[in-house]
Every structure is written in structure tokens, then in C-alpha cells.
Ligand binder design. Structure first.
Ligand code: ADP
Ligand code: MG
Ligand code: MG
Length: 957
């Protein structure tokens, strides 16, 4: 590699994560908030080197001959693949030349009735001519034909989701040219048949099976087992059959003209951006639909030219475990997609050293350098043509959450990256994978190993076997746990993989699409379990004489690749064991790394992290995970505990205040005990306790159930007293019936109509707090009134809180500091936040209700139409999972601004589900909240996401 290139590499290195979001306004469009720059910014970022004629935008970027128009900063425009190819070219690496048609062209194509403009077509043709010159070959030539690949490549890599076409440019004449040039007729016809097959299925949309059917017939006739057993004759015959197939299917011959082929392939790649699997993938990974894909047209190099040729893919470190080892696979005499498609199980990359030592050594050098350059694990693709190595792709490798933590901490220890960069390497959501259960080792040992496969993605998986992705979705919908078992997974299976406990395949290597996608999802996966024979039609598989049918239980360990028939109990993950005190920190390497990474995060973040916890054990867990304070303690959850619901029902059934107070008196000591536990485990950190929120009927039996019960008692001559009791209950249930409980008698409205409930709860809070204060434990209760829309509601309840608190403190002769505040979850509350802040010392945004009431979507019913909304792109994401920054977020922002105007030291937090969602956390950071509160298990995710937000990195970048 050239010295000049090395200099470039050093200079370019610190560019990572430099994107900034300056104001809240720039994040207000949800798609952009999450994924990337606005188109305007894309253009600004693209230097107009080698620009098309002045004043016109450039849509085609060339790379080759040691120089490229683009570079690594241009992912938005060139896609990940295109920018990587440009960057590698600039670094002097052996990259076949070519050009990238931009994502802007793709968007224009869609906007322009699926056509490019004549100017862009000309720009493309000029690039073809330039490529011909550089390669010394010509499209369609009978002596030296130019062959190219046409490859998709969006900003975010979507492995296998879009289509690629190889060997484009071949036709009946060019194939002879290729034969003449290479003196290898077998190779020429193998390339041609691959091309017709790919072009036929991807561009002409003829089902793949039809081609396979023809190919199998030829193989059969020639007594060939695998495609490599066929000679030139067999392949010529295949080509003839393929061409006939195309003519039958399309009523037209296979297109012979190379530029027409190129246009067809390019448009098919644009089209593939919207194929169902690509859309499903984007939905899962929150990749916006509007960014489009680039198309890379690149000179072909051939891994199928014989035994000194090969193709492969690899990673600079193990993406499943994070181990620092060269990792990957290759096949000799094959073309790239043979490896990634998982059709043949390839060889481990270490063996390449024996087969093609020179190329192997160069590959090691280049990839090590790429890792240093990009300061991250690289996932690369290469082809060796007659012992000469070519790099075809490099990108930051997808990895499991486990591997991400290992790699990030290792790279800091190796002084390759800074702790800040390490934080940015780890996707916050992926941290929850480290909390997933593992098999109980004793139980696991009880079963014999039935077979083994490749350990593609770690984790324990146990489930009932299903054989199709659709079945997986259906069974899981019925509440079952499934394992998806496939001969090979194809990218179309992604929706099934998402819901399954794990994925098991018979073929495919560690870098097959199933493995890559499995790792990224943190989905336990074992692939290439070659002893398994899957019979999809009969819905069963056989392995070493054992027959496993649909619905049978199978378990596997994605870390070792062992597969067993049967169900196996799981244990909490190592990290949970340490957190729960069942394992020593010193014994857990992964815990130490996890803690180290999060300690770096704590140094970066501004947002404080609290947890939503109702019970002492949850509070303890949350604290151990790093929560410093409780943002939401839902008192009503305590009412569902053992032996409590009857007391609660007695309170509800009371017809007079005296009766009600008697029932409440019984609840008081129980609540006091709960609060005592929660306070104690927070070690002096603030605890926000919300007074009762749900409508009372939620504590009573369902009307229908009661009616059935009464009928049953009457039929079986049950005791009259019992019948009367049930009837009274039924009468009260009917009385409490509401047409719209979500907007009914709940929240602060209960406290206003039954002030004695508020009194009891406040008394319990302060008795517990005072007792702890006496024991020398610091406590800071924050009493929170839910569902306030009018300042007078809060004033009413605050008076009760202050009065009872004073009474208790006087009785117990101890003072504790406390705050009274409110949830902002009714739109009117946000709009009048300035008035409310006069009474409230803190706000906690209840973004679940606020979303519900702002959209008018019932949280429990949105499932009925959300899918349709997403399909039609009315909503990109579920607003209950990730905050709608434009609408609901505007109310949050308004609440903050107005609230702080009245009371500058107003404490602001959020306690809805959004408090654990990285994209939402980013938004909350921007609007200046003091803290987010989430479920205990999300606390690590929130700590890291808050650090990312502080580092001003957008989620997903
Ligand atoms: P994907 O994004 O699905 O990985 P790619 O565009 O990377 O799709 O192409 C799939 C495979 O085709 C790659 O693994 C690569 O090895 C092979 N390939 C692509 N372009 C070329 C080329 N110019 N020469 C040789 N092989 C190629
Ligand atoms: Mg690729
Ligand atoms: Mg609420």
C-alpha cells in the first residue's frame, strides 16, 4: 500500500460520530431524529469533486485507478458499500474499479415514475465508458467483454435484503469472448448460466425454483452431484435451457444488449428497496423508508476460475463472542454469493492459509489495517482470482451485544480507541441481550447431545419446532415459544426469526445471512447443523435416527452449537447473577466489562437515570443496575399482592366514609411496609410515589365472571350468604361500570372524590419515611399526583399531602424533606404547565397517557390498526414505544419551558415506557429533562443511551 494512503488513513480516523444535532427543532421529524441527515445536509457534505457540469447535481461517483470521487463520509449519498469501496480505493487497496449511482438517484427514480432523467442516464453511460477504458475491456465484446456486478447498498447495511447481480454484460457473443480471453470454456459458461439465473429471477422476476429445476435436470443427466462436477458441455446445455425458460416465461428472448441489461439491473436494485423483506428489515431496525439505496456497478473479478481462485467473507474479530481472532469463511472456485447465501457450507478462513498462502497473508494485513483505520471491527468480502486478492466490501461488523461489549472494552485496552469511541460502538438496545437467560447447567447435562452445528449467535434457546417463518409468527401469537428450524434461512424469514426463541439451520456457515441477522438481533442461532435432514412438507426433521416433528421441543446452545431434543430450564444470565449477588464480580469477566463500559457512560451523560419499581426487590435490582432513584412507584400495584385484594375490595364496596376508613386502616400497614422496603433500597436517592391511578373497577372481578359464578352457585344450591355477597359485588361492579374508563373516574379524580384514600397513602409514605429517618437512613419522598389537567386539582390534593405529612412528622417527632409534584400526562396539563408549576415542585411526564390522549389512540387497542398505519407509512414507529417527537414531544417541550418559567428549579423527568427507549432518551436529553425513569432491566440501556445522547450521536449511526 502506498505511503500516501497511510497518511490519509491517519487523517481520516477521528471522524467517527461527528454528526451533531444542534437544536430540538432538527430532531422533530421522527425519521430524521432517528436515522440521519436531512437531504439538504447530505448534499452539503458531498464535495463536488469531479462534478458533473457546473450547477447540476452529481449522481454517479467513480472509483478506480487509486482514486475515488467519494469517501467514507458520504454514506448518506453513496450508501455504506459505495462509501467503503471509495475509501478503500483511495487507500490504495486492491478494489476492482466501478461507480456508484447515488441514493439521491434512487429517490429521484421513485419520484419520477420509476425513471431517471436523460442527464443521469448520460452520466451513467459516461462512467461505463470510463470503466471500459480503465479495464481495457468493452461491453458486449467478442474478444474482451467487460463484465460487471450490480450491487445494492443503502446507508445502513441490510444483509441479503436487497438484490445483487453478477456477471452482467454477458451475452451469446461475449461468453465466447470470455472463453477466448481466459481459455476456460467451463468458467465462461458457468458465469453465463449464473448471470441468466440471477438476472432472470431478480430483474425478470421468474421464480428461482424454475431455474433450479432446469439446472437439476442437467446435473441429473450428466450424473453430476454438485455444480462443480459439470463441465463446459453441461453448462452450455444449462444456458440453452435457461434461455428457453426465459423465452417461455416472458415471451421475449433473454436481453443481449449490455447497457439494456445494466439499466434493467439498476432499476431492479432500486425496486428491491421496497421488497417485503427489505421493508420488514427496516421496520425492525427503525431504518427510515425514505433514504433509498445506492447502486454499485463494479468490474467483475472471478473466484470461480479454478482452484487458485476463491471467494469469502470474514470479520477481523469474532462477531459472536468478541474474541480477538480472525474469523470467516471461504469457498474455492466459487462466486461470492455462494458463501453468503448458505447453500454450500464453506471452509473456515484459517484454511485459506494452506490453500492460497500469499493471498491469505495480504488479506490479514489489509483487514488489520482496515480495522485500525475505521477504529472498529470490519466485516469484509473478498475474492481471489488466480491467486490475486481483491477487496469487495468492508463495513463495521454487526455483532451480538455480548461481542460488542467485549470488543469495545478490548479495543480500549489495546489503545486502539478511546472510551468515548467504545461507548459509541455499542448499540444501547443490544445491552439487554446480556441479560438474556442461559441454560441451567445441571439440567442441560441431563440430555444427550443430539447433534452439533456452528455456534452462530450465543444464547440459550428452547422452544417448539416450527418449519416456516409464518408458522413461527402464528404460534407465537398463540402464546407459544418456538424454534424456527430451516434447511437454510433465506432473508424472507426475518419476521419469523424475530419472534422465535432461536434459529436452527441445516446448511450455511457462520457468515450466512441467517447467522448475520441472528447475531444482530441477539437471537440465539445454530447454523450448518449438517446432520439434520429437514422435510418441510412432512413438517419434521430427522437427525441421527431421531425424528422431530412440528411442535416437539428442541433446545440448543448458541455459544457451543450443541443441539438437544427436549425442553431445558434456564438460569438468569451471568450479569443478573452478579447483580443479584449469586456470583462474585471477580468470577465474571463479562460483568466486569459491562460495568466498565457503563462507568464510562456515566461520565458522559447528563441525564440521571431512575427506575420504575413498586417493590423492594425491584428497587434493589434497579439500584444494582445503576438506577439512582425511583421515578415511578405505582402504589396500586401493591394492592394486588397476597391477601390484599380482598381488603381493597372492601374499601371499594364501602358505602359510607366510615366503612371506607375502616378498610383503608387495614391497608395502611401493608402500604407502609412496601414503602419502607422501596425507600431502604434506594439508599437516600429520591423516590417518587404516585397516588392511586387506575379506575376502581380494575380491582373488582369482571362483570361476566361474577354473573357466571352467581348462576353456578344458584344451580348448585350454594349458600345464600355467598350468593348475596356476590350479588352485592355485582351491583357495585355495575355501578362502577364506565363507558370509557381511560377517560373516566381515575387518577386525581379518585383522590378528589375519596380524599381518605389519598390520606391513607400519604400517611403510609410518611410513616415509613419517618421511621427510616429515625433509623438514620436518609429518605426523600416525592409525592406525585397523577392525571392533573387543572392546577386546582393539584392544589386540592397538595393540601391533603402537606397536612397529613405535617401530622405524621409531628406524631413521630422527626422531619423529612419531601416534594409534591404531578404527572404531566393530560394535554391540558402540558398547555397550562406554567400555572401548574406554581403548585408542583416537580413534573414527571407520563408519556404513555400523554401519547394516548394526544393522538387519541387507546394504548390497548392500537394493535388493531397500527400495522395498517405503518404499511401506509402514516406512522413509521409505534408511538407508544418511541416518542412522537413532533406532536407528543412538542407537549413535553412546552411543559418544560412553561414549567421552568414559573419555577426555574422545577425538577423534570419522564416515567413512561419511553424512558427506556434510546431514540426517546435522545429527545429527552435535548429538551433538557433532569432524568428518565424506566424498568429496572432497561437501566443499563438507558445509561448508555443517555451517554450517546450527550455525545450527540443519533441512534443507529
Ligand atoms: P450483499 O449486500 O448481499 O452482501 P453484495 O453486493 O456484497 O451483496 O454482493 C454479493 C456477493 O457478490 C459478494 O459477497 C461478492 O463476493 C460478490 N460480488 C459482488 N460484486 C462482485 C465483483 N465485482 N466481482 C466479484 N464478486 C462480486
Ligand atoms: Mg456484501
Ligand atoms: Mg398515566
Amino acid at each position: 500500500m502506498a505511503k500516501k494512503a497511510a497518511g490519509r488513513i491517519v487523517k481520516a480516523a477521528p471522524g467517527k460520530g461527528a454528526k451533531t444535532v444542534k437544536t430540538v427543532k432538527t430532531v422533530s421529524a421522527p425519521a430524521r431524529a432517528k436515522k440521519g441527515a436531512a437531504p439538504a445536509r447530505v448534499k452539503a457534505a458531498a464535495p463536488a469533486r469531479k462534478a458533473a457540469p457546473k450547477g447540476r447535481a452529481k449522481y454517479v461517483y467513480f472509483f478506480g485507478g487509486g482514486k475515488a470521487d467519494g469517501d467514507r463520509t458520504m454514506k448518506d449519498l453513496l450508501g455504506g458499500k459505495g462509501s467503503g469501496l471509495a475509501e478503500m480505493t483511495n487507500a490504495g487497496l486492491p478494489v476492482p474499479p466501478g461507480f456508484t449511482i447515488t441514493t439521491a438517484a434512487c429517490n429521484l427514480w421513485y419520484a419520477n415514475h420509476r425513471k431517471l432523467t436523460p442527464e443521469i442516464e448520460d452520466e451513467m453511460l459516461a462512467s461505463v465508458r470510463r470503466l471500459e477504458k480503465l479495464a481495457g475491456a468493452e461491453f458486449g465484446s467478442s474478444t474482451n467483454p467487460l463484465l460487471v456486478s450490480v450491487r445494492s447498498g443503502a446507508k445502513f447495511s441490510m444483509p441479503g435484503m436487497m438484490d445483487t447481480i453478477l456477471n452482467l454484460g454477458l451475452n451469446d457473443v461475449a461468453v465466447e469472448g470470455l472463453k477466448a480471453r481466459t481459455r476456460n470454456g467451463r468458467f465462461a459458461y458457468d458465469s453465463y448460466r449464473r448471470f441468466i439465473q440471477m438476472y432472470g429471477s431478480v430483474v425478470l422476476e421468474i421464480p428461482k425454483e424454475k431455474f433450479e429445476h432446469e439446472f437439476d435436470a442437467v446435473k441429473h443427466a450428466h450424473g453430476a452431484k454438485s455444480d462443480t462436477d459439470l463441465g463446459e458441455d453441461g453448462l452450455r446445455e444449462t444456458v440453452e435451457r435457461y434461455k428457453a425458460l426465459v423465452r417461455r416465461q416472458k415471451g421475449k428472448p433473454f436481453p443481449q444488449e449490455a447497457v439494456a441489461q445494466l439499466r434493467g439491473a439498476r432499476d431492479a436494485v432500486f425496486r428491491s428497496w421496497n421488497n417485503p423483506r427489505a421493508r420488514a428489515y427496516r421496520r425492525i431496525y427503525d431504518i427510515p423508508d425514505h433514504i433509498g439505496t445506492a447502486v454499485n456497478v463494479q468490474l467483475m473479478v472471478f473466484g470461480n476460475m479454478g482452484d487458485t481462485s476463491a471467494t469469502g467473507v470474514g470479520f477481523t474479530r469474532n462477531p459472536a463472542t468478541g474474541a480477538r481472532e480472525f474469523f470467516g469463511e471461504f469457498l474455492t472456485n466459487a462466486q461470492g454469493e455462494d458463501v453468503v447465501a448458505g447453500i454450500r457450507t464453506p471452509q473456515p478462513i484459517a484454511e485459506l492459509e494452506k490453500v492460497l498462502p500469499h493471498a491469505y497473508r495480504e488479506l490479514r494485513q489489509i483487514t488489520a489495517r482496515l480495522e485500525r483505520h475505521y477504529r472498529d471491527v470490519q466485516d469484509f468480502e473478498f475474492t481471489i482470482q488466480d491467486e490475486k486478492l481483491y477487496m469487495l466490501q468492508t463495513r463495521n461488523g454487526k455483532r451480538t451485544g455480548y461481542a460488542a461489549v467485549v470488543i469495545a472494552t478490548d479495543m480500549v485496552a489495546e489503545r486502539l480507541i478511546t472510551p468515548q469511541e467504545a461507548l459509541l460502538q455499542v448499540d444501547p438496545s443490544a445491552l439487554s441481550q446480556l441479560l438474556a437467560p442461559v441454560f441451567d447447567p445441571k439440567e442441560w447435562k441431563k440430555l444427550p447431545v443430539t447433534t452439533r452445528g456452528l455456534p452462530a449467535s450465543p444464547g440459550a434457546a428452547s422452544g417448539q419446532v416450527v418449519f416456516t417463518a409464518d408458522d413461527a409468527v402464528e404460534w407465537v401469537g398463540q402464546g407459544r415459544k418456538v424454534l424456527l428450524v430451516r434447511k437454510e434461512t433465506v432473508p424472507d424469514d426475518i419476521h419469523g426469526m424475530e419472534v422465535a426463541q432461536g434459529v436452527l439451520t441445516a446448511t450455511g456457515g457462520m457468515t450466512s445471512h441467517a447467522a448475520v441477522v441472528g447475531r444482530q438481533m441477539g437471537k440465539p442461532s445454530v447454523v450448518g447443523a449438517g446432520e439434520i435432514a429437514v422435510d418441510d412438507k412432512a413438517r419434521r426433521f430427522t437427525v441421527n435416527g431421531v425424528v422431530v416433528s412440528e411442535g416437539d421441543w428442541v433446545s440448543f446452545d448458541g455459544l457451543t452449537g450443541e443441539v438437544k431434543v427436549g425442553q431445558v430450564a434456564t438460569n438468569p444470565s451471568e450479569i443478573l447473577q452478579v447483580v443479584g449477588g449469586r456470583m462474585a464480580k471477580a468470577d465474571s469477566d463479562i460483568y466486569q466489562r459491562f460495568e466498565k463500559l457503563l462507568s464510562w457512560a456515566d461520565r458522559q451523560r447528563r441525564l440521571k437515570i431512575r427506575a420504575n419499581a413498586d417493590q423492594a426487590d425491584q428497587a434493589e435490582l434497579a439500584y444494582a443496575f445503576g438506577a439512582r432513584g425511583i421515578g415511578l412507584c405505582r402504589t396500586e400495584h401493591m394492592f394486588f399482592g397476597e391477601g390484599r385484594i380482598e381488603k381493597v375490595q372492601r374499601m371499594i364496596l364501602a358505602t359510607t366514609e366510615v366503612q371506607r376508613r375502616a378498610a383503608l386502616a387495614e391497608l395502611l400497614p401493608l402500604q407502609r411496609g412496601d414503602f419502607y422496603g422501596v425507600f431502604r433500597h434506594m439508599h437516600g436517592e429520591p423516590v417518587t410515589i404516585r397516588t392511586i391511578d387506575p379506575p376502581l373497577h380494575e380491582f373488582l372481578p369482571r362483570r361476566e365472571d361474577l354473573m357466571v359464578e352467581i348462576a353456578r352457585l344458584e344451580l348448585t344450591n350454594g349458600a345464600t350468604a355467598a350468593i348475596e355477597e356476590k350479588k352485592a359485588l355485582l351491583a357495585r361492579v355495575e355501578q362502577l361500570h364506565e363507558f370509557n374508563p381511560m377517560l373516566g373516574h381515575r387518577g386525581v379524580r379518585l383522590g378528589i372524590t375519596y380524599p381518605e384514600i389519598t390520606e391513607m397513602q400519604v400517611r403510609a409514605i410518611f410513616e415509613a419515611a419517618c421511621q427510616l429517618a429515625k433509623e438514620g437512613v436518609k429518605v426523600v419522598p416525592e409525592v406525585m399526583i397523577p392525571l392533573v389537567g387543572h392546577v386546582r386539582e393539584l392544589r386540592d390534593q397538595k393540601a391533603i399531602v402537606d397536612r397529613v405529612a405535617a401530622e405524621v412528622m409531628k406524631e413521630l417527632k422527626v422531619k423529612v424533606k419531601y416534594l409534591v409534584g404531578t404527572m404531566i400526562e393530560v394535554p391540558r396539563g402540558a398547555v397550562t404547565a406554567d400555572e401548574i408549576a406554581a403548585e408542583a415542585q416537580f413534573f414527571s411526564f407520563g408519556t404513555n397517557d400523554l401519547t394516548q390522549m394526544t393522538f387519541g389512540f387507546s394504548r390497548d387497542d392500537i394493535g388493531k390498526f397500527l400495522g395498517a398505519y405503518q404499511d401506509r407509512k402514516i406512522l413509521e414507529r409505534d408511538p407508544f414505544q418511541s416518542i412522537d417527537t413532533v406532536g407528543v414531544g412538542a407537549l413535553v417541550e412546552m411543559g418544560c419551558v412553561k414549567g421552568r418559567k414559573t419555577r426555574p428549579d422545577l425538577k423534570l423527568g419522564v416515567c413512561g415506557e419511553h424512558g427506556g427507549d434510546p431514540a426517546s432518551i435522545h429527545f429527552f436529553h435535548q429538551v433538557g429533562l433532569d432524568y428518565v425513569s424506566c424498568s429496572p432491566y432497561r437501566v443499563p440501556v438507558a445509561r448508555l443511551a443517555a451517554a450517546h445522547a450527550a455525545l450527540q450521536v443519533k441512534v443507529g449511526d
